[in-house]
Design a protein around this ligand. Structure first.
Ligand SMILES: NC(=O)c1ccc[n+]([C@@H]2O[C@H](COP(=O)([O-])OP(=O)(O)OC[C@H]3O[C@@H](n4cnc5c(N)ncnc54)[C@H](OP(=O)(O)O)[C@@H]3O)[C@@H](O)[C@H]2O)c1
Length: 339
């Protein structure tokens, strides 16, 4: 049976998952007997559309590329009504992240789960602020809540700990959780000032016009909160995670690290101490060059899981991108389909 999908937020990731599904449909059908139909899309820019038999996605992608509104299957239903009334099995929540209030994404997730639909999201808002409530709702209604894309895009993190690392107890997770800051620190090591490196990051599309969320460490703090609660099973509020960004790092700091055979990295960390106490933080650290994550440069992310049975396991990969995050959505959709 086809998996019926609704997409809320048709931006970079929303379009990215559609492109992947179109391009890989034969492969997915042959390898996993996976078939899908996208029945609803809601977006602030392009409008809301619904067709229970399936939308014309190639045309919608062309319209989005031309920044034109959707013209076919247009509906007057607002997002929440559309989520509740459409015939989708899974809602992909792909609107903007708001780490203060969660934004409309929380309401979108609630509406989906309450109406018996699974949720797949790369939006850190619901995952960092309301995961426990939403997961309880998902369990009550016997549907899934999947959030692989919220931490390090499609590089496996949540699914890694729930799948291949299942059975291991993880007592520490530590690493580079924000590509923009890692890129800036890498450029500073080549001799650039902080301001010049930030400008390059903005030109390359890594940093937004307002880079506060990245450079002050707030984005990484959201991810640490998610890892603490979902992977380590704690009940941490985002405000419990101490947070310092990279804005105070100067060229002098970079030179000092070089002298000590080390390198500055913005490190997110959550650790379960022997007495059960949880420490969670985001802060710049001088990492010795001998550590696997010291060599991770540019916009790449890396995480080391400290486990009881395997010791340290480090995973390195992209932490953002249209198809890199689209892949996280695909992997969650497939996991729900295989269930
Ligand atoms: N891009 C990445 O590499 C990446 C990686 C990991 C996680 N994520 C997360 O994935 C989510 C999607 O990211 P993105 O890069 O695709 O963002 P994006 O390009 O900004 O796309 C979001 C889309 O949703 C629309 N939107 C905003 N509010 C909406 C609402 N209430 N109802 C319907 N549509 C709404 C936006 O319209 P407007 O433009 O008018 O706001 C925009 O078209 C975000 O939460 C992001 O943090 C992204």
């Amino acid at each position: 049976m086809k998996q019926k999908i609704a997409i809320i937020g048709f931006g970079t990731v929303g379009q990215g998952i559609c492109e992947i599904l179109l391009k890989k449909s034969n492969f997915l059908k042959t390898k996993y007997q996976y078939e899908y139909s996208i029945v609803a899309v809601a977006d602030m820019v392009y409008g809301n559309v619904f067709n229970p038999e399936g939308l014309n996605i190639p045309t919608m992608l062309e319209q989005a590329k031309a920044r034109q509104k959707f013209t076919k299957d247009v509906t007057t239903m607002d997002n929440v009504t559309l989520i509740k009334e459409c015939n989708a099995d899974v809602i992909c929540e792909l609107t903007f992240t708001d780490l203060k209030t969660g934004g409309p994404a929380i309401e979108h997730c609630r509406a989906a789960l309450e109406s018996g639909k699974s949720v797949v999201t790369s939006n850190k808002g619901p995952a960092a602020l309301k995961y426990a409530e939403l997961k309880a709702l998902a369990d009550k209604n016997e549907v899934s809540l999947k959030i692989e894309g919220t931490v390090v895009a499609g590089t496996p993190v949540i699914n890694l700990t729930e799948g291949p690392l299942a059975g291991c107890e993880i007592h520490k997770i530590r690493g580079i959780l924000n590509g923009t800051t890692n890129f800036i620190l890498s450029e500073m090591e080549k001799g650039m000032s902080y301001n010049d490196a930030l400008k390059v990051a903005q030109e390359k599309g890594y940093a937004e016009a307002d880079p506060t969320g990245d450079v002050e460490g707030y984005d990484a703090r959201g991810k640490v909160t998610i890892l603490a609660n979902i992977v380590m099973g704690t009940k941490l509020d985002i405000s419990d995670v101490s947070c310092k960004g990279i804005t105070s790092i100067t060229s002098a700091h970079i030179e000092e690290a070089k002298k000590q055979n080390a390198r500055w990295k913005l490190i997110g960390c959550v650790e379960k101490k022997d007495d059960g106490k949880i420490l969670a933080s985001v802060a710049p650290e001088m990492v010795p060059l001998s550590h696997p994550i010291a060599g991770v440069m540019g916009a790449t992310n890396a995480l080391t899981f400290s486990t009881d049975l395997l010791g340290d396991v480090t995973i390195v990969g992209p932490g953002a991108g249209r198809h890199e995050t689209g892949f996280a959505i695909l992997t969650d959709l497939l996991n729900i389909y295989k269930k």
